[in-house]
Write a protein that binds this ligand. Structure first.
Ligand code: AR6
Length: 172
């Protein structure tokens, strides 16, 4: 059985088996949480990412965590929000599902996620938060049964509020 927790903080400091990076399709770094993860992990992370030759939106690829407290990083490019008619919902669900499955396949039991796509990529939090939690719960119950703890690491009040409301609705 998985436990899903909403926590406040910086994902680069979280001690878990794997953290998820809201990357872009180049996997060569960027701003936001991606920039923070690359800075904290050190230059070996960028070298490992180069060897992956990019990643499609909604897919997920694994590296080690290098100087991070987390053993692994799962990199997933979420969708850019373009009004909602461009498969954004399915693609964001794919990012969460594939990231959890990649971590589980590596034997990870504890996994931390940021709020994928709701920063620079402008995906509305009110849609993203319930979708993320439903997808993670379903995936943990089916293909990622070895995962015991999922933490959603929120960087600001708005994100924390949206995920706490979505979790309350999910467990009602
Ligand atoms: N820990 C946890 N969450 C964080 C952290 C952190 N250290 N830093 C930011 N966030 P974003 P996206 C939150 O923009 O929307 C990058 O340039 C942030 O407040 O990082 O998926 C990539 O290279 C927000 O709630 O990711 C891509 O080009 C959430 O993480 C693009 O941005 C996601 O915001 C991806 O955009």
């Amino acid at each position: 059985m998985v436990t899903i927790k909403i926590v406040r903080g910086d994902i680069t400091k979280v001690v878990v088996d794997a953290i998820v990076n809201a990357a872009n399709t180049s996997l060569l770094g960027g701003g936001g949480v991606d920039g923070a993860i690359h800075r904290a992990a050190g230059p070996k992370l960028l070298a490992a990412c180069r060897a992956l030759h990019g990643c499609e939106t909604g897919e997920a690829k694994l590296t080690k965590g290098y100087q991070l407290p987390a053993k692994y990083v799962v990199h997933t490019p979420g969708p850019i929000w373009r009004g909602g008619q461009h498969n954004e919902v399915a693609l964001l669900a794919n990012s969460y599902r594939n990231s959890l499955n990649v971590a589980a396949a590596q034997g990870c039991q504890t996994v931390a996620f940021p709020s994928i796509s709701t920063g620079v990529y402008r995906f509305p939090l009110a849609i993203a938060a319930p979708l993320a939690l439903q997808t993670l719960q379903q995936t943990a119950a089916s293909t990622a049964k070895s995962v015991t703890l999922i933490e959603i690491v929120c960087f600001d009040d708005q994100t924390q509020d949206a995920f706490e409301s979505a979790l309350a609705a999910l467990t009602k």
